[in-house]
Design a protein around this ligand. Structure first.
Ligand code: FES
Length: 170
């Protein structure tokens, strides 16, 4: 009687021990890769979504001007500096507007008054795309949507630009 009891106890003991050691080893093997995979997600963003583009708000007029700046971009484990560009002006309501220069046709860069034949318009040289000063695409030209706009705000007299969103008049 006692032999049988001892056998079962021994078997249970071995089962518990092997399960515990195996589980511990498996957890050790899994934790590291899982931590590495989700680490970028766990990191908080630095400095918010807005960047100082180096332009004083007082210098913004009704004439669109090109603004270039760089932002630090973190894509998973890869960090890089990315060049950004905007066309910035004051509209008729005295509001500051910052357009993305990326053409809504196939993604070339547009320029303000980039073609002498079309003054007071943004022009895309790739397929003669055109946009009015308010960013709306000129009907009959390749782009089918207005230029996207940057979120913007003023801090200490400087212009800060953030994420790009669709034009409201789309
Ligand atoms: S990419 Fe601008 S018109 Fe085609």
């Amino acid at each position: 009687m006692s032999d049988e009891k001892r056998d079962i106890s021994r078997r249970q003991f071995l089962n518990y021990t092997l399960t515990g050691v195996g589980g511990f080893m498996a957890a050790g093997l899994l934790i590291s890769p899982v931590r590495m995979a989700i680490d970028p997600v766990l990191k908080s963003g630095e400095g918010g979504d807005f960047a100082n583009v180096g332009l004083e708000v007082s210098e913004i007029t009704s004439d669109p001007q090109r603004v270039d700046w760089t932002v630090d971009q973190v894509d998973g484990w890869y960090e890089s500096e990315v060049n950004q560009t905007a066309w910035v002006y004051r509209n008729d309501d005295d509001e500051i507007v910052a357009f993305s220069p990326v053409c809504k046709h196939l993604g070339c860069f547009v320029s303000w008054e980039g073609n002498d034949d079309y003054p007071e318009e943004y022009f895309c040289p790739c397929h003669n795309g055109r946009y009015y000063k308010n960013g709306v695409n000129v009907p009959g030209t390749p782009p089918l949507q207005p230029l996207d706009v940057y979120e913007q705000e003023e801090r200490d007299g400087m212009l800060f630009l953030g994420n790009i969103r669709p034009h409201e008049e789309a």
